[in-house]
Design a protein around this ligand. Structure first.
Ligand SMILES: Cc1cc2nc3c(=O)[nH]c(=O)nc-3n(C[C@H](O)[C@H](O)[C@H](O)COP(=O)(O)O)c2cc1C
Length: 161
């Protein structure tokens, strides 16, 4: 078993490194897949964009055993069930990891455009509850939710095999 990850701004990378340090499993970036034997069992960690786990496509032909998606919310957005369907995970277990984001002003290109549009839509909503207010603040000001304890479910899953 090895760990493979895809990370754009570093939050998923931090989880991948923590998981590798805690389990002793070797760590690879998606870019390094050519070094990996096709039969090797993989735990994949990827950042999520509109409910899609980034980099997952490239590891599909490998022996994928579990997928962790990192996002900024307290829970997976849109929700774990939609993510499982949207990413065609079937029976491959999915684990959500709360990652983080840089402040909106520090984002670049298409990501900045998408997040600006998203935050504008959120701000226009009249049903602003605590969760929504937190989501707006997180996008505008940035947030780091990476914590070792968030890895407990995946470590428990690994130990149960
Ligand atoms: C354009 C864009 C779309 C995103 N879409 C989602 C999403 O659908 N669900 C979610 O939970 N997080 C979403 N996020 C948040 C990132 O997945 C989250 O910040 C992640 O931890 C970043 O990981 P990285 O630092 O490894 O790149 C989105 C972020 C950006 C910039």
């Amino acid at each position: 078993m090895i760990i493979v990850y895809e990370s754009k701004t570093g939050f998923t990378k931090k989880y991948a490194e923590m998981l590798s340090a805690k389990t002793g499993l070797k760590l690879y970036r998606v870019k390094e897949l050519s070094k990996i034997n096709i039969n090797e069992e993989i735990i994949f960690l990827g950042w999520m964009k509109i409910g899609k786990v980034q980099g997952l496509k490239k590891v599909r032909k490998y022996n994928l055993k579990a997928v962790c998606g990192s996002g900024t919310g307290r829970t997976a957005e849109p929700d774990a069930e939609t993510i499982i369907t949207r990413n065609k995970l079937g029976n491959v277990p999915f684990f959500y990891l709360r990652g983080g984001c840089f402040p909106l002003k520090d984002l670049k290109g298409i990501d900045r455009m998408m997040m600006s549009m998203f935050v504008k839509t959120l701000k226009k909503r009249s049903d602003k509850d605590e969760k929504l207010i937190e989501a707006i603040d997180t996008i505008e000001n940035g947030f780091d939710g990476v914590k070792e304890e968030n890895l407990i479910p995946i470590i428990e899953w690994l130990n149960s095999r």
